[in-house]
Each structure stands twice: as C-alpha cells, then as structure tokens.
Design a protein around this ligand. Structure first.
Ligand code: NAD
Length: 487
C-alpha cells in the first residue's frame, strides 16, 4: 500500500535574519528525487555573499537580545521546537523520504521523532548542568563561568538530514550561540521547514540562519573560511573534514567532527544467533546501509559461520527493496547517481578480487528508474581488499570467519576508522575484554544503535574529533572562564 501523497516537495530558499531569501545572483540548482530521478524542486545556490550576510546577522543576534536570554527561556524555546516538529511529523517524514530515498516508514518512526527528542532532551539537559568549583584551602575559591562560543557553522551530510541537524542545533542554541547552517546539497527540504518551525517557536531573527549550496568554492567553503565564524560542527567524510580543517586554520576555529566508519560486527559462537541475525539485518541494511554506524564488516567465529551465513542470507533475501513511500518497503533508493555508481564500483572490486556475492550485487528486477540496489552480502575477501578497508556507505556487507579472539581484535582494529563496533557474546568476561581492546568510540555488546543522549558519541582515528552527547555537547558549544577569588 502506498502512503497517501499529501505533502508536496518544496522549493528551498535560504533563511537569513528571519526571512526566506533568494541568492543575490538568483542562482539555483535542481533537487532530484533519487527514487524516480524526477526534479522535486529548486534550491537557492548560496556562496560567499549569502554566507557573509548570514554571519553578519548571526553576529548581530549573538550580541542582541539573545545574549540576555536565560537558560530557562532558551529551554522553553527548545521544547517548543520539539513540539512543533512532532506536530508536523508526517509532513517532515514525507519530505525526508522524497529527498533521501529512505522509506517513509523509517523517517516517520526514527528520523523525525528523534529530531524532536534532540530538542526535548537538550531542553531538559541545559537546565540541569552545573559547573566546576574548587575551594583552595583558605586562600581562594575558583569557579568556572560558562558562556557561548559565538557564531557556529553547522555543515551536514545527507543520510540522516533532520536527525543530525537537530542533534547539533539543539545544544548550540541551548548554550546561547547563533548558527549558520549548510545542509547537504542532496537533502535541503527538512532543514528549510525547520527554519519555519524555529521562527514559530520564538527564535529571534538572526539566531538561526540557513544557506543552501555545495562544498568547495560554494556555501560550505565560505563557512569554513569565514573569519567571523568561531566554531564549526561538521558531519561528513574524513576527506571533507580535512579540507575544512585547512580552510578553518587561518582563523583557528574550534572544531567538532563526526566522520565516517567501517565498523566491525563481531559475532562469537556462544551468542544467540536468532537475536544476532535480527539485529544484524538492521545494522547492515537500515537506511540502505547509509548510516555511519552500520556494521559493514561482519566477523563470525568459525563454529557459527555456516549457520550464520545460511540464516542471514535467507532473511536478507526477504527484504523488500521498493518505492520509499510504499509502507512495506524495507530498503529504498540510494541518494544519487554518483553515489549509486560509487557503491556499485565496490561490488565490481569485490568480483575482481575473487569474492563470492551470496545475494544482491545488482539492481532489483523491474526497476528502470531510481538508484535501487539489492542488499548485498560478500564473502571470500582478503583483509586487504578495498571492499573490506574503505567505507562503502551502501547496502553492502562483507562476512569473514575467524578462529581466535586475538585474531578478530587485530582485524577489527586494522583500519583508519574508529567509529563504532558491535560484539555478540554471552560470555561477560569476554565482552569486557574485547570491548576494551577495540579502537572505536561507540561499542555495543549484544545490541546496536541503542542510544542514551547523555553518553559520549563520536569516533577515534579518522572517524572524528571530540565527542557530543550530554555534557560533551555542552562543552563544545560553550567556553569556560575560570574565575579565582582570593579569600
Ligand atoms: P561529505 O563530506 O561529502 O559532505 C558533507 C557536507 O560537507 C555537505 O554539506 C557538503 O556540501 C559539505 N562539503 C563538502 N566539501 C566541503 C568543503 N570543502 N568545505 C566545506 N563543506 C564541504 O559527506 P556526505 O557524503 O554528505 O556524508 C556521508 C559521510 O558522512 C560518510 O562518510 C558518513 O560516514 C559520514 N557521517 C558520519 C556521521 C557520524 O556521526 N560520525 C553521521 C552521518 C554521516
């Protein structure tokens, strides 16, 4: 059954100083629906001029009435934004599905409710934080005074557009900063609607600004280079993170990075295989495998290997690749032609490296339009194959057997990435022992994607810099001054 098409795609303008505006030179680009290859609408194409205008508005707002708002007043605004997101849940889920190609059901169940929760969570959290205070014998007391960082540039990827934007924007506003946002060029719609919501929730003009556009020599580059932006919160590929760091170096911006992953999913033979398979289907193929946390390298202890492969392959073959708006679709379309070709090129690499494609590896039958790819399981690859080493960011997993605990730890860590890992075992001592040796910022034992927003989130090695979540987000979006008073 198809979800009723009540929501129409929107044309996207910049949002600067509380108003939707065209680009100064009237330039725009087309927004393509990845499931139909049709044009959804137009998007204003911003560059240096629009970023300059947005930064000036953000700086004025920072030093204007926003400066005098209390934590409690900002908490109320965050709560209202979360409420308004929920009021417009179906519309937002629909736009997200059109833009990304992800199933509407997924956007409606996960992306949009979590976007609202990001605001509700920080609405509560910011009112409960304290600060460091020390008494130094009878000589002095010291306390830390917290203030905003300033104007923050927020640069986003396309895979979880609203979820990830709100994850950054909520603590950014909560701590009294102002923002200049650049959504990914592929997915501009929900960020645009969020600007309407912020205005309706009472965010003063200039506090939140949105500039659409591309990366280098466009809006993204202009944000990274801008001398009057104090900090950048970036989510995207490591290579882009490196380029932004170079551009941001001249003005010594504070940086928070959440980057890519090539995450190991380690399955010991003593684990409950049915539970493993149910979760591994999600950790491999949810959102077409376009989630930084997906466990794309699966390692299975030899005694369970054949059984796992047989059951896993059978279940994966049952997944329905289909139109994003059909409510029985499990796997939608990949984001773009460029990305579709890139993901397919890795399947060609696997074939050339002598791999076995157990299932998938091709466009499903009956699809002539759209960037659809069957969920793909690959075996028989050497650990040096590019398919095992590089982030594919699509519905493609490799499965490899192992014999020894030390061997799988070594293979899991044999990567530049260090975002997340999953360990499946019923042996508690082993769970701790292995978890302590895996080089990743987020490690799940007998589960995946279970999040508590107070906990540290982020990656090590090429997967990120710094952590967000709870107090870690507060620390990034604020500056501390230590004040010492002699007694
Ligand atoms: P990307 O790096 O290509 O683009 C991200 C954003 O950066 C886009 O808005 C883009 O326009 C902009 N950009 C590109 N070049 C730029 C430049 N030189 N200067 C300034 N801005 C620039 O990433 P993507 O393809 O949109 O997203 C996929 C990547 O994001 C994957 O690597 C994925 O793992 C990662 N990701 C990580 C997390 C996490 O939490 N660690 C979450 C989601 C996605």
């Amino acid at each position: 059954m198809q979800v009723e098409t009540r929501v129409r795609a929107i044309n996207c303008l910049h949002f600067i100083n509380g108003r939707f505006v065209e680009s100064q030179n009237q330039k725009s680009f087309e927004n393509i629906n990845p499931a139909t290859e049709e044009v959804l609408g137009t998007v204003a194409e911003g560059g240096k001029a629009e970023v300059d205008y947005a930064v000036a508005a953000a700086r004025r707002a920072l030093n204007g009435p926003w400066k005098n708002t209390t934590l409690v007043e900002r908490s109320k605004i965050l709560r209202r934004i979360g409420d308004l997101i929920l009021e417009r849940q179906e519309e937002l889920a629909h736009l997200e599905s059109l833009d990304t190609g992800k199933p509407f059901s997924l956007a409606n169940k996960i992306d949009v409710p979590r976007a609202a929760f990001n605001f509700h969570f920080f609405a509560d959290y910011i009112t409960s934080i304290g600060t460091d205070a020390y008494q130094q014998d009878d000589q002095a007391i010291h306390y830390a005074y917290r203030r905003p960082v300033g104007v923050v540039g927020i640069i986003k990827p396309w895979n979880l557009p609203l979820l990830l934007l709100t994850w950054k924007l909520a603590p950014c506003l909560g701590m009294g900063n102002t923002a200049v946002i650049k959504p990914a060029e592929w997915t501009p719609m929900t960020a645009t609607v969020l600007m309407e919501i912020c205005k309706e929730a009472g965010v003063p003009d200039g506090v939140v600004n949105l500039v659409h556009g591309f990366g280098p020599n466009s809006a993204g580059g202009a944000i990274s280079e801008h001398p009057d932006i104090d900090a950048i919160s970036f989510i995207g590929e490591p290579g882009t993170g490196s380029a932004i760091m170079k551009s941001a170096a001249d003005s010594l911006k504070k940086l928070s990075y959440e980057l890519g992953g090539k995450n190991p999913n380690i399955i010991f033979a003593d684990s409950d295989l049915d539970e493993v398979i149910e979760t591994t289907i999600k950790s491999s193929f949810i959102n077409q495998g376009e989630v930084c946390l997906c466990g794309s390298r699966i390692y299975v202890e030899r005694p369970a290997y054949e059984d796992f492969l047989e059951k896993f392959t059978a279940k994966v073959k049952e997944l329905k690749v289909g139109q994003p708006l059909d409510d029985d679709t499990n796997v939608g379309a990949l984001i773009s032609k460029e990305h579709y070709d890139r993901v397919n090129s890795y399947i060609d690499i696997a074939r050339n490296d002598g791999a076995t494609i157990l299932t998938g590896g091709k466009r499903p039958e009956g699809f002539t339009k759209g960037y659809f790819l069957e969920p793909t399981i690959i075996t028989g690859l050497d650990r040096n194959s590019r398919c095992v080493r590089e982030e594919i960011f699509g519905p493609v997993v490799t499965v490899t057997p192992f014999d020894m605990e030390e061997e799988v730890i070594m293979q899991a860590n044999d990567t530049h990435f260090g975002l997340s890992a999953t360990i499946w075992t019923n042996d508690l001592k082993r769970a701790h022992r292995v978890a302590h040796q895996i080089e990743a910022g987020i490690i799940w034992v007998n589960t995946w994607f279970l999040r508590d927003l107070r906990t540290p989130f982020g990656g090590m090695k090429h997967s990120g810099i710094g952590r967000t979540g709870g107090m870690h987000s507060i620390d990034f979006y604020s500056e501390l001054s230590n004040i010492t008073i002699k007694l």
